[in-house]
Design a protein around this ligand. Structure first.
Ligand code: ADP
Ligand code: ASP
Ligand code: MG
Length: 422
């Protein structure tokens, strides 16, 4: 008997009809002779709606209460899904994150899983039940409080369950047919990818492809879990995310796996920094103390006449004000002249393991953007990625021209089955 973990995202359980459809699918998997564990997200845009409500009653909601609130979304969908399965004549039991043994650290809103103790799940499976677990939530042993894993965190719940229960496969059901070479909502001619390495998927997820949550991909990579991302609206084969190994080496690597974009970052420029050793260290020590996640960094050549230089870096918009305040507080000591804040930037990342052995990828990327009249403001590279920063309002055009330039356009348009893309 195989053990299959299935995760259904919010758009797959958006209303009663969808829940019944998903219940049928789960039952079919059970009837085929498998043990089934399901991780489920909150219905439709529930999490966003709850967030809006919280901000309507408090400008800065308390993190503990926010997690109490948001975890309610998955509690609703898990119970409804279990009921729908029961009404099809199968035994189903729902569990909250803490009942399922999802032990996390205490960081509200961005908790990390530190242990999984699925004792009750194993018992329920042994009794022949289908197990439904609320995604996105956990429990901290020290504070004894409920935590959430960060937006998109139900993916991590599914992967962690698959690892802890030694599942044969972890299926991620969503509103598109798999992982595409770009977001099919923005690039209708995006092509479906059959197989992608976890290394490439990590880069895509880190750069805005929200089809999989980055921490879920990290977890799957670390624990050797193979993922199958597919549609809950049809039976088509989706995309396999795998860890190449000696026994299963990477398939013939295409030069480019995909392109992702991200509008969630802002740029801070520290203007007029004395060009002497130690200044970058001083500035980034101040930034590090805030806990902010820095992405790209660029330092200009200093003007010989002034001996001053500018340093720019990007970071999540949500951390912008915090970092500006911290830098301002130490302006005198650091000796810079001014700070500029720009939240109208967009980032595009071209990802592919084949870049390692192919020259000319950057030239092709820059030429495509130049031909479309799009200005590049920052550039950074890794072994398998090239990222550029442009104006936010040109990012979708940039995505489409780059997709075409690298020959990624499909003949047919991709289908987006549901969801608001929110
Ligand atoms: P779920 O609710 O199932 O977790 P998400 O909205 O989190 O679904 O993720 C699915 C969405 O991810 C798709 O509807 C699509 O718009 C978006 N997406 C972004 N980049 C990609 C990509 N490269 N391939 C497929 N989908 C992508
Ligand atoms: N409901 C949560 C969210 O919207 C978790 C998830 O769907 O993965 O982010
Ligand atoms: Mg998601």
């Amino acid at each position: 008997m195989s053990l299959i973990v299935q995760k259904f995202g919010g758009s797959s359980v958006a209303n009663a009809e969808s829940i019944k459809r998903v219940a049928k699918r789960i039952v079919e998997t059970r009837k085929a002779g498998n043990e089934v564990v399901v991780a489920v997200s909150a219905m439709g845009d529930t999490t966003d709606d709850l967030l809006d409500l919280a901000h309507a009653v408090a400008p800065i909601p308390a993190p503990r209460e926010m997690d109490m609130l948001l975890s309610a979304g998955e509690r609703i969908s898990m119970a409804l899904l279990a009921m729908a399965i029961e009404s099809l004549g199968h035994d189903a039991r729902s569990f909250t994150g803490s009942q399922a043994g999802m032990i996390t650290d205490a960081r509200h809103g961005a908790a990390r899983i530190v242990d999984v103790t699925p004792v009750r799940l194993r018992e329920a499976l042994d009794e022949g039940a289908i197990v439904i677990v609320a995604g996105f939530q956990g429990f901290n042993r020290d504070t004894k409080d409920i935590t959430t894993l960060g937006r998109g965190g139900s993916d991590t719940t599914a992967v962690a369950l698959a690892a802890a229960l030694n599942a044969d496969i972890c299926e991620i059901y969503t509103d598109v047919d798999g992982i595409f070479t770009a977001d099919p909502r923005v690039v209708p001619k995006a092509s479906k990818i059959d197989r992608i390495t976890s290394e490439e998927m990590l880069e895509l997820a880190a750069n805005g492809a929200k089809v999989l949550y980055i921490r879920a991909v990290e977890y799957a990579r670390r624990h050797g879990v193979t993922l199958h991302v597919r549609s809950s609206f049809n039976n088509n084969e989706g995309t396999i995310v795998y860890n190449p190994s000696e026994t299963e080496p990477a398939v013939e690597e295409p030069m480019i796996a995909g392109v992702a974009t991200d509008l969630s970052e802002a740029k801070i420029t520290v203007v007029g920094v004395p060009d002497i050793p130690g200044k970058a260290a001083q500035i980034f020590t101040i930034v590090a103390k805030t806990g902010a996640n820095i992405d790209m960094i660029v330092q200009n050549v200093s003007a010989a006449s002034t001996g001053l230089t500018d340093i720019s870096f990007t970071l999540p918009k949500s951390e912008g004000q915090l970092v500006l305040t911290a830098l301002r507080a130490e302006q005198e000591e650091t000796g810079f002249k001014a700070l500029q804040y720009d939240d109208q930037i967009g980032k595009l990342a071209l990802v592919g393991a084949g870049m390692r052995t192919n020259a000319g990828v950057s030239a092709k990327l820059f030429t495509a953007l130049f031909d479309a009249g799009i200005n590049i403001e920052m550039i950074s590279t890794s072994e398998i990625r090239i990222s550029v920063v442009t104006r936010a309002d040109t990012i979708n055009d940039a995505l489409r021209v780059v997709h075409t330039a690298f020959g990624l356009d499909a003949d047919e348009e991709a289908v987006v089955h549901a969801g608001t893309g929110r």
